[in-house]
Design a protein around this ligand. Structure first.
Ligand code: LLP
Length: 423
C-alpha cells in the first residue's frame, strides 16, 4: 500500500490521519489516495514511453465519478460494459472517442447510445453480436468501429486463476474461428474493423500467461492480415494483479518492457496498442474504514463484529478473498491479542470480512480493510437496507468527499406502495 503508513501510532493515508476522517465522515467509509492511483497509472505510462498506446481504465473496478475524472484528466480512456458506465464517463468529463465497449450482452439500445456519442471501439464477443451491431449501425447510417475479442486459450494448468481466456467460458471467440469471424465482420455493411482484443483474466500475478497470450495474439493478427484485413490496433485487456497478501505481481512497466520486446521482435512494435487495466490502477489505493461494534468470544470462534458488511465489501463473501485488516491506532507490541473472525451485521453466515485474524481490539476501535480500492465499493449493494458508504479522495493534506453517505430514503426512492381502495 503506497502512501499508507503509521505516523505517531496513527494510520495515515498520504498526509491525513484516517481516524480523523472516520470521525468526520462516519463509518463504514471508503478512502482513496489520489497519489497512489497516479503512481499506478505512472507505472504503465513509464512502461509505454514513446509508444502509441491508449490506456482505457476498466471502470468496473471503481466507477466513482471523481475517480473517473482523475483518470480522464490524466489522459485515460475507459473500458465500459454498459450504457450506465458510458453515462458515467460523460458525467465525469471523459472523452467518448477514447471509450471501448466490452461485454458479451450489449443490447441494441446500448449499441445505439454508444454509436450516438461516437465511442472509439466495440469489443465484440460473438458472431451473433456482429450481425446485430451491423444492423443497428446501418440503421443509423453509420459504420461501427469494431474489434473482436479472441480467446488466446492460455494454459490454465500452471495458472489456475486465469479463466476468462480459456475455452469453455462465455467470453470471446475461439482461436480457430478468428479468421472466419473477421472475414464475416469485414463483409458486413455496418461495421469497420479496427482492431483485435483479448482479456485473459484478473488478478494475474505471473508474467508467463501474458507472454503466451501475446504470442497467440500476434499469430492471429498475422493470419487475419494474411486474409487481407488490416488490424489497426491490438488491445491486450487488463488483469494485472495486486498484492493482497504477499502476492508478487510483476510491475506494469517491467511486464510491458517484456511484452513490447516481443512485439518489436515480431515486427509489430509500432502498432497502436490499447490496454484495459482496472484493479492494478486502483486496488491498493483504497481502504475501507470500519468501527468495531462488539466483541463476541466463543468456544470455537471469537467474533469481532464491525459496521462494514458484505453489502459494502463483497469480495470476501463472494470469492473468499483475503483483505488485510489493520487498526487505525497502532497497538503496542505488548497488547493482548486474540484470533477473530471479523464479521459484519448482515444476517448471513457468509457475511465476513476477514477470517482468523490476530487483533488486539476493543469495541469502539477503528479498523482499516486494505486493498479496497477495486471491486469493493463498485460491487456494493444495499442488502439489508444498508445505505452505501461515503467515499473520500485524499490528495496530500486535503480530503474531498466524493460520495455522500446514501440515505435510507435514497434506497427506496424508486419503490411504490400499491394504492389501497376503501376497505
Ligand atoms: N477488460 C475486461 C474485458 C474485463 O472483463 C475486465 C475485468 C478488465 C478488463 C479489468 O480487469 P482487471 O485489470 O481489473 O483485472 N470482481 C472480481 C474481478 C472481476 C474482473 C472482471 N473483468 C474481483 O473482485 O476480483
Amino acid at each position: 500500500h503506497p502512501h499508507l503508513h503509521y505516523h505517531d501510532q496513527a494510520l495515515q493515508l498520504e498526509g491525513l490521519r484516517l481516524a480523523d476522517l472516520a470521525r468526520e465522515f462516519g463509518t463504514p467509509l471508503y478512502v482513496y489516495s489520489q497519489a497512489a492511483m497516479l503512481d499506478a497509472l505512472g507505472a504503465y505510462q513509464r512502461g509505454f514511453a514513446g509508444r502509441k498506446v491508449q490506456i482505457c481504465y476498466a471502470m468496473k473496478a471503481n466507477s466513482s465519478l471523481a475517480v473517473l475524472q482523475l483518470f480522464a484528466r490524466h489522459g485515460c480512456g475507459f473500458d465500459i460494459v454498459s450504457a450506465g458506465e458510458l453515462q458515467r464517463v460523460i458525467a465525469a468529463g471523459g472523452d467518448p472517442a477514447k471509450v471501448i465497449f466490452s461485454g458479451v450482452g450489449k443490447t441494441r439500445a446500448e449499441m445505439r447510445q454508444a454509436l450516438e456519442v461516437g465511442i472509439g471501439c466495440f469489443n465484440v464477443e460473438s458472431e451473433a453480436e456482429l450481425e446485430v451491431l451491423s444492423e443497428v449501425a446501418q440503421s443509423m447510417g453509420l459504420r461501427a468501429p469494431i474489434s473482436i475479442r479472441v480467446n488466446p486459450n492460455v494454459d490454465a494448468k500452471t495458472h489456475p486463476y486465469i479463466s476468462t481466456g480459456l475455452k469453455g467460458n462465455k467470453f470471446g471467440i475461439a482461436h480457430e474461428r478468428t479468421v472466419a469471424t473477421y472475414q464475416r465482420a469485414a463483409a458486413l455493411p455496418g461495421l469497420r474493423v479496427v482492431g483485435i482484443d483479448c482479456h485473459i483474466g484478473s488478478q494475474i500475478t505471473e508474467e508467463s500467461p501474458y507472454l503466451d497470450a501475446m504470442d497467440r495474439m500476434l499469430d492471429l493478427v498475422q493470419a487475419i492480415e494474411a486474409a487481407g484485413i488490416a488490424v489497426h490496433h491490438i488491445d491486450f485487456g487488463g488483469g494485472l494483479g495486486i498484492d493482497y497478501n504477499g502476492d508478487t505481481p510483476p510491475r506494469a512497466d517491467a511486464l510491458w518492457a517484456k511484452l513490447l520486446a516481443k512485439l518489436d521482435a515480431r515486427g509489430y512494435g509500432d502498432r497502436q496498442l490499447m490496454i484495459e487495466p482496472g484493479r492494478s490502477l486502483v486496488g491498493n489505493a483504497g481502504v475501507c474504514l470500519t468501527e468495531v461494534l462488539y466483541l463476541k468470544p466463543g468456544e470455537q470462534k471469537n467474533f469481532c463484529i464491525v459496521d462494514a458488511a458484505m453489502n459494502d465489501l463483497p469480495r470476501p463473501a463472494m470469492y473468499q478473498a483475503y483483505h488485510a485488516i489493520v487498526p487505525l491506532q497502532a497497538t503496542a507490541p505488548t497488547a493482548v491479542s486474540h484470533v477473530y473472525d471479523v464479521v459484519g451485521p448482515i444476517c448471513e453466515s457468509g457475511d465476513w470480512i476477514g477470517r482468523d485474524r490476530n487483533l488486539a481490539v476493543a469495541a469502539g476501535d477503528m479498523l482499516a480493510v486494505l486493498s479496497a480500492g477495486a471491486y469493493c465499493s463498485s460491487m456494493g449493494s444495499t442488502y439489508n437496507t444498508r445505505p452505501r458508504p461515503a467515499e473520500v479522495l485524499v490528495d496530500g493534506a486535503r480530503a474531498h468527499l466524493i460520495r455522500t453517505r446514501e440515505s435510507v430514503n435514497d434506497i427506496f426512492r424508486s419503490e411504490k406502495l400499491v394504492p389501497q381502495g376503501n376497505p
